[in-house]
Design a binder for this molecule. Sequence first.
Ligand code: AP5
Length: 217
Amino acid sequence: MRMLLMGPPGAGKGTQAERITGYCKIPHIATGDIFREAIRGGTELGRRAKSYLDAGELVPDAITIEIVKERLRETDCMPGFLLDGFPRTVPQAEALDQLLIDLAMRLDLVLNIKIAPAILVERLTGRRICRQCGTSYHLVFNPPKQKGICDRCGGELYQRSDDTPETVGDRLRVYANKTAPLLEFYRQRGLLQEVDGEPGIDAVWEVIRGMLRSLDR
Ligand code: AP5
């Protein structure tokens, strides 16, 4: 399975990606996670990416495309992969097309998680993430058993620096201007399927699992 997971910030991409990649046994490649990891590690990439993430802006295409090119050439991506948060611009989508031609690969599915903007602000500002294992929680919709502590590994939960109400507004504007137009790009190729992201996490997953099962047949 070679798939793209799309949707606005907070739609539930990371949450569902964990289930999809477990079910399909494919690597989860999330450009946002790669940037945050680089920032934490104090690498050159992290230094270049930080100001963009803090402002809710996109990291320049040239940097982002190079990262994905390298990652998709790794051997664990040969049987399949899930790209989460890439592509986000027309030049990124065009670069992905060319890369897949070079690698003699084809996409099987572009899945868009649809959701009303009003819900996203609450989802993002209430999100908390484990510093150790990266598991994502929500203060209301998916709370940890013990406040501030990860159920899975006991790590400390923190709030992403771009999950403040001001930056969330900027991220939603960037999504509407630069990324949403890509849906039409994939619709025209017959690759786009959509799922309603507003029901609960398990309900959304059930619909996605049904889609994956029918593609398997
Ligand atoms: P990135 O990390 O990709 O963030 P994003 O697209 O803004 O998406 P999020 O991770 O915020 O949301 P999500 O859809 O994964 O939601 P989640 O599942 O966590 O990008 C961050 C930044 O990196 C960008 O702003 C940019 O600077 C840079 N970047 C990344 N990729 C780039 C690219 N290709 N080009 C250039 N720059 C790039 O869910 C959110 C919350 O809701 C959680 O708390 C969760 O528990 C809860 N939740 C999830 N589903 C449900 C549900 N069904 N019901 C109730 N609650 C739910």
